[in-house]
Design a protein around this ligand. Structure first.
Ligand code: ZN
Length: 326
């Protein structure tokens, strides 16, 4: 029985970056997130896997990266999660416009479904948005350069750029998302993917207070997505261990080919490439990022799952320096 499944929203989002030091500086020093896990890509151990999140690395807050030094830039567009958005208090929007300007980040103000939004890109060109919400949860902001009153609380949602959205929309609805509204083409020349001329936006929402939004953008104005630095690799949704088998069944029912349940050390995951091209993951809350290091020391040293520990010396020697701004 798979019809009762519902995800409360995003667990984490993983994207591709180029320079790990630049990536780390931007997400910690500028956006004020906490590096909660410094590990390696378990499928390519010469590359870091860096996790930025709130104080405790709660599900719904972690933006993670595979930084491939020197890799070519991708193109956010069709077949991808084309924008990642974070929740901030509505009262923090002016603060963020000023803060990003002080750090040399170009921003664009947008009104979306009644919310004030600040749109910008990270150093690799990944489209990001801060969404000002009156109902922003208090959350668990990290100690850092951004005052708690203005801090990023976690994800707001993702935008999926889909020329043929039907199958993915049906999947989202089976995952517990309900359509919440539409906005017509904004038609902004040179804007990020979802606001480009000839696109329109449908909003889907589920029940959580973080990462509960998926915007599906479609239309003739979508550029073709090309994987590379500055593009999303996959979007993970929060699920329970008890329901993992049912999630696999649901994915199969939608004509997808789900992976087995994979132990990712800090969560257990099922993956499936959706019909629209976006890789979805279904990840558990347990055991969490503090399973292998104390909460107040998260991210300070390279941690490896035990099945890679006997290769630690070789792995550390193969990784670039991460900079000093920890
Ligand atoms: Zn993942």
């Amino acid at each position: 029985m798979t019809d009762a499944l519902s995800t409360p929203g995003i667990h984490h989002v993983t994207a591709i970056a180029s320079d790990p030091t630049e990536n780390h500086a931007f997400y910690t020093d500028v956006l004020g997130l906490r590096l909660v896990k410094r590990s390696v890509n378990q499928d390519d151990v010469g590359v870091y896997h860096l996790f930025y999140a709130d104080h405790a690395g709660n599900p719904g807050t972690s933006m993670t990266f595979f930084p491939y030094t020197g890799t070519r830039a991708g193109q956010p567009g069709a077949g991808q999660a084309s924008t990642v958005s974070f929740t901030v208090p509505a009262s923090a929007i002016d603060y963020w416009v000023d803060r990003l300007a002080e750090h040399g980040v170009d921003t664009r103000r947008v009104e979306r479904f009644g919310d004030s939004v600040v749109a910008f890109t990270d150093p690799d060109g990944l489209p990001l948005e801060l969404v000002g919400r009156e109902d922003a949860p208090a959350g668990d902001p990290p100690a850092g350069p951004v005052p708690t009153a203005h801090a990023i609380r976690g994800f707001f949602g993702v935008e999926l750029a889909l020329p043929d959205p039907g199958p993915t929309v049906r999947l989202l609805e089976a995952m517990g998302y309900e359509e919440a509204g539409t906005e017509p083409a904004r038609g902004v020349a040179g804007a990020t993917v979802g606001d480009a001329d000839g696109t329109s936006r449908r909003r889907f929402e589920t029940t959580g207070d973080l990462g509960f939004v998926v915007d599906v953008v479609t239309g003739s104005g979508l550029p073709q997505g090309v994987p590379g630095a500055g593009t999303v690799h996959h979007v993970a949704y929060r699920v329970t261990d008890a329901e993992q088998a049912a999630w696999r069944d649901l994915l199969g029912d939608h004509g997808l080919r789900p992976s087995e349940v994979i132990d990712r050390k800090w969560f257990r995951s099922v993956y499936a490439r959706t019909h629209g091209g976006v890789l979805f993951e279904f990840a558990t809350k347990e055991p969490g990022y503090d399973v292998d290091e104390p909460l107040d020391e998260l991210g300070e040293r390279l941690v490896l799952p035990e099945w890679l520990e006997d290769r630690r010396e070789e792995i550390e020697a193969g990784l670039p320096a991460l900079g000093e701004s920890v």
